[in-house]
Design a protein around this ligand. Structure first.
Ligand SMILES: CC(C)(COP(=O)(O)OP(=O)(O)OC[C@H]1O[C@@H](n2cnc3c(N)ncnc32)[C@H](O)[C@@H]1OP(=O)(O)O)[C@@H](O)C(=O)NCCC(=O)NCCS
Length: 178
C-alpha cells in the first residue's frame, strides 16, 4: 500500500527483518532518543535497538505470534507497527497492537494512521474483532487512536518510566471493536 503519505506499507517476513535489522534498530533508536515511551530508557544504543528486533520481534514473527508492518520510502524504513495475536483460547477474537513507531523526521504525514488502518484490515482477516493497546497518557498516539475509534478503558498511574527523565508516567488502556 502507498499513496500520498509518500511511503509503502508491507508485511515483513523473517527474511525481511534479517535484511533490514540495522535500519529497524535505527528507527527504534531514533524514537527512544526523541522521547518515545515504548519500553526503553536511556542509555540506549543502536545495538540495543537491533537486539529488540532480532531477539523479540523476529522469533515472534517466525512463530506466527506477531505480525509486523513496515512503512518504507525510497530512502528506507520510516515507520512500523506490530500486532500480537498469540492469544489464549478464550481470547481468540482479540489481538494486541504495539510499538507504533514513526521516525521523528517523518511525522505528521499520515504514516501512523496508514499503518494502523492497514493493521486493522489484517487483524480482521485473522478473525480478530477486538483490538487492545496501551499508550502513555497525553502522548500524540492518544488522539490518533481516538480518531480511529479506540475507546479509553482506563488510566493506570505510575505505569512506566520516562525514557529521558527520572519520573513515572501514566498509561492509557484503549480498545476498539472492529
Ligand atoms: C504517535 C506517532 C506514531 C504518530 O505518528 P505520525 O505518523 O506523526 O502520525 P500521523 O501523521 O498519522 O497523525 C495521525 C494523528 O495523530 C495525532 N498526532 C500525531 N502527531 C501529533 C502532534 N505532534 N500533535 C498533535 N497530534 C498529533 C493527530 O491526531 C493526527 O491526526 P491529524 O494529522 O489528522 O491531526 C509518532 O509521533 C511516534 O512515533 N511517536 C513515538 C512512539 C509512540 O508514542 N508510539 C505510540 C505508542 S506505542
Amino acid at each position: 500500500m502507498s499513496g500520498d503519505i509518500g511511503a509503502t506499507i508491507s508485511i515483513f517476513t523473517v527474511d525481511d527483518i534479517v535484511r533490514h535489522l540495522r535500519e529497524l534498530g535505527a528507527l527504534l533508536h531514533a524514537c527512544v532518543h526523541a522521547g518515545a515511551s515504548i519500553g526503553f530508557v536511556l542509555p540506549y544504543t543502536e545495538d540495543d535497538g537491533e537486539a529488540f528486533w532480532s531477539r523479540k520481534v523476529l522469533p515472534a514473527v517466525r512463530d506466527g505470534a506477531r505480525l509486523l508492518l513496515v512503512a518504507q520510502t525510497s530512502g528506507g524504513i520510516v515507520g512500523s507497527v506490530q500486532l500480537g495475536y498469540d492469544t489464549l483460547p478464550n481470547q481468540a477474537h482479540r489481538a494486541e497492537v504495539s510499538k507504533l513507531l514513526v521516525h521523528p523526521a517523518w511525522r505528521r504525514r499520515g504514516i501512523a494512521r496508514a499503518l494502523m488502518v492497514q493493521l486493522e484490515r489484517l487483524a480482521s482477516r485473522l478473525g480478530r474483532s477486538l483490538l487492545t493497546l496501551d499508550t502513555r497518557t497525553g502522548d500524540h498516539a492518544e488522539p490518533l487512536n481516538a480518531s480511529l475509534g479506540y475507546r479509553t478503558a482506563g488510566i493506570i498511574p505510575g505505569y512506566c518510566r520516562d525514557p529521558l527523565e527520572d519520573r513515572l508516567d501514566s498509561t492509557t488502556i484503549m480498545y476498539k471493536v472492529l
